[in-house]
Design a protein around this ligand. Structure first.
Ligand SMILES: C[S@@+](CC[C@H](N)C(=O)[O-])C[C@H]1O[C@@H](n2cnc3c(N)ncnc32)[C@H](O)[C@@H]1O
Length: 234
């Protein structure tokens, strides 16, 4: 028995018009685009951009990618989220806003940041902080500790964008993702790590040349702006 609901099941129960009981993941593109457009035009986004620019936007996620991240989180409705490279919290605030807008009051965002020099999560509005779990240290150390949940719904990579480190994080957190969980990466344009990782979770049927669904360990995957995502198939 599954402990979670697929996003369209939850929406069907809520009577939400956006994503009625769909048997396919293809419908997620429409839903994510709608959520992304909603947040892009919101006062919340205007305020976050104001905060970001006042703080200094160097190294912080841009508005288009924030909107995609919000759309993905709202679509998924995760309970346990981990992000690497929390920094001053632009991505954190966006994820927390998605949790709040979906009324996921018990959901948690574990945010890992190693730098002592930055004010971890400084941009996050006060009313979103209760679900924020800041973890100061290296991702490499946290994966060996018991401070992270063993099973997670969503992982966002936004720490070091070296090819090696990105691949390493994808492999580490893919194992922790439950069936239907979402691997998200920022800055996938920087190197080949993301497409290479997805290629490894894909198998094709030699006869038809099409995806072999039985042997492929992801559902939908894609790239939007600098954000890449893949849905794990357990
Ligand atoms: C691009 S910034 C993250 C931006 C942030 N997600 C946002 O939207 O505001 C990358 C951050 O990753 C942190 N970082 C890099 N390597 C790390 C590691 N191995 N463990 C933890 N944090 C790391 C850096 O200190 C830096 O603050």
């Amino acid at each position: 028995m599954r402990a979670f609901q697929w996003p369209w099941e939850a929406r069907a129960h809520k009577g939400n018009q956006i994503q009625a009981a769909s048997p396919s993941f293809y419908g997620m593109w429409d839903a994510v685009a709608r959520f992304a457009a909603e947040i892009r035009a919101s006062e919340f986004m205007t305020e976050m951009i104001r905060r970001r620019d006042a703080y200094g936007s160097e190294g912080v996620m841009g508005a288009l990618d924030c909107a995609t991240l919000y759309g993905l989180a709202r679509w998924l409705r995760p309970a346990e989220v981990v992000e690497s490279g929390g920094f001053i919290g632009m991505s954190s605030a966006i994820i927390l806003k998605a949790l709040a807008d979906e009324k996921l009051a018990t959901a948690r965002l574990y945010s890992i940041e190693w730098s002592e020099e930055c004010e971890h999560g400084a941009l996050i509005p006060d009313d979103l902080r209760s679900q924020f779990v800041p973890l100061r240290g290296k991702v490499e150390d946290f994966v060996r500790s018991d401070r992270l949940p063993s099973s997670i719904d969503m992982f966002l990579h936004d720490s070091s964008h070296s090819y090696r480190h990105m691949l390493w994080e994808f492999r580490q957190f893919w194992r922790r993702l439950r069936d239907g969980g979402l691997l998200v990466s920022h800055d996938v344009q920087m190197n080949a790590a993301f497409p290479e990782f997805v290629t490894k979770t894909y198998a094709h049927d030699k006869k038809t040349g099409r995806r072999d669904a039985q042997r492929t360990s992801h559902h939908e995957w894609g790239r939007w702006g600098y954000i890449g995502f893949a849905i794990k198939k357990g």
